[in-house]
Design a protein around this ligand. Structure first.
Ligand SMILES: Cc1cc2nc3c(=O)[nH]c(=O)nc-3n(C[C@H](O)[C@H](O)[C@H](O)COP(=O)(O)OP(=O)(O)OC[C@H]3O[C@@H](n4cnc5c(N)ncnc54)[C@H](O)[C@@H]3O)c2cc1C
Length: 415
């Protein structure tokens, strides 16, 4: 079958890989000059079933409300006259019950665990390297009170069979010696051994190269998609800056732009951009260097060693499609990082970035056929798309082939 994958972020590339493995003739289209130049470019790097919690929870409304008045918080909601944002917020608030949070978290966790297994298969098959660490991640709590809350919170994931260890500050220092010097500043951590980490950009680029060289996938870069044209219940063609493109199947994997193109063909996708900031720093060698990824849960700052670099990320900001950043957006994450691991990196050589998470209110992606019988959606992976990428690609290939996906997709359809 001839298949057009729209978008070459980590989701489009993994989809192309699985489709090409099934023997399809695959072309990937992207407006950028190479793969993964938008949200997949400099994310936190954590492959994190241990962080599969749905963002929509009973506590989320008050956190959102407070963020209106405390702009320095990790969560920033700006009052804007953007009906799409308010529609999305309304849908999000409807997911903020105990019951919905539980259902959404369990669905997300299952997809995460499945996706890690798929990632391991892809790595075995292709040999792609991407500064990967496969020794788990730690979720660090500064106070006993927050650690107790974190352990309690983790119950839902543990009940589903995810392995965890609760570490006191001494055990944290053994697992991550770089934190030994500041052990008095922390109470302990939750360790998720199944977690991994790695550079999503490097992975996407190298997997794209593998797809092109070994599986015959064509990549059309610098090719903006202007519109999708339909006829009856079918997508007829895609109009790009380089002309019209036809296929038997089309996969929409445009991240935060999926709702924009989708809208033009009558799809109402509940995906809103939630901005985050990252900074990449050269690492220092020696005792202070970090050897494992993690999250400072009290400050919602993630860190990830990536070869000779250290990445820090933070913030969930509702400010539309604005990707700008200023040095002051990074102050809080620098403060938290320097408190925890002052000797891990050269903080004077920052490489700043901001990206947009394609969030759905539920926190689960949309993986289904939608409205047109030859159009599939693989989009809306929010804050956890790197983790979910290989599983989502494989599921999309299953749907194209008419195979039953290995995990239940309830709640991930288009409605
Ligand atoms: C700060 C931050 C930290 C994160 N940390 C993590 C993490 O630790 N772990 C994790 O699992 N996930 C993380 N994520 C989430 C993850 O990065 C995203 O879910 C994932 O990258 C989304 O991939 P995508 O392919 O859907 O989108 P993208 O990477 O944005 O890809 C979409 C592609 O579509 C192309 N495109 C869009 N419109 C058009 C058009 N009209 N014509 C042609 N091409 C077009 C774009 O150029 C782009 O290449 C983080 C995100 C952010 C912002």
């Amino acid at each position: 079958m001839k298949i057009l994958v729209l978008g070459s972020g980590v989701i489009g590339v993994t989809t192309a890989y699985y489709l090409a493995k099934d023997g399809h003739e695959v072309t990937v289209i992207d407006r950028q000059a190479a793969a993964a130049l938008e949200t997949s470019f400099a994310n936190a790097g954590l492959i994190a079933p241990g962080h599969a919690y749905a963002w929509a929870s009973p506590k989320a409304p008050s956190t959102l409300w407070k963020s209106l008045f405390k702009p320095d918080q990790a969560l920033r909601l700006k009052l804007r006259a953007d009906p799409k944002m308010w529609w999305w917020c309304w849908l999000f608030l409807r997911q903020c019950t105990e019951e919905r949070a539980r259902i959404n978290t369990i669905r997300k966790l299952k997809l995460c665990v499945y996706s890690v297994a798929c990632l391991n298969e892809v790595v075995k098959d292709t040999g792609v390297e991407y500064d990967a660490l496969r020794k788990g991640n730690i979720y660090v709590y500064r106070s006993q009170e927050s650690l107790d809350r974190g352990v309690d919170h983790m119950g839902i994931l543990r009940d589903q069979g995810l392995e965890f260890e609760v570490l006191d500050r001494d055990a944290v220092s053994v697992l991550e010696p770089a934190l030994a010097k500041v052990r008095s500043r922390i109470a302990g951590a939750v360790y998720s051994p199944l977690d991994q980490s790695g550079d999503a950009l490097m992975f996407s680029r190298r997997l794209a190269a593998h797809c092109a060289d070994k599986l015959g996938v064509r990549f059309l870069f610098d090719t903006a998609i202007k519109r999708i044209e339909t006829s009856g219940d079918k997508v007829e063609r895609v109009i790009t800056a380089g002309g019209a493109r036809h296929a038997d199947r089309y996969v929409l994997a445009l991240g935060c732009d999926s709702p924009i193109l989708g809208r033009s063909i009558g799809l109402k996708l509940p995906i809103y951009p939630v901005k985050g900031y990252s900074v990449t720093l050269p690492t220092k060698t020696g005792k202070g260097a970090l050897g494992i990824g993690g999250v400072d849960e009290d400050n919602l700052m993630a860190w990830c060693p990536l070869g000779d670099r250290l990445r820090l990320t933070s913030t969930a900001e509702f400010s539309g499609y604005d990707r700008s950043h200023r040095a002051k957006d990074f102050r809080a994450m620098f403060r938290a990082a320097k408190e925890l691991f002052p000797d891990a990196a050269d903080y004077d050589r920052p490489d700043y970035w901001a990206g947009l998470r394609p969030m759905t209110p539920e926190g689960t992606p949309i993986l289904s056929y939608a409205r047109y019988r030859n159009l599939l959606l693989n989009t809306g992976h929010g804050h956890i798309g790197w983790t979910l990428s290989c599983g989502s690609g494989k599921i999309t290939a299953d749907l194209v082939a008419g195979r039953t996906p290995e995990i239940d997709l309830e709640g991930m359809g288009y409605h």
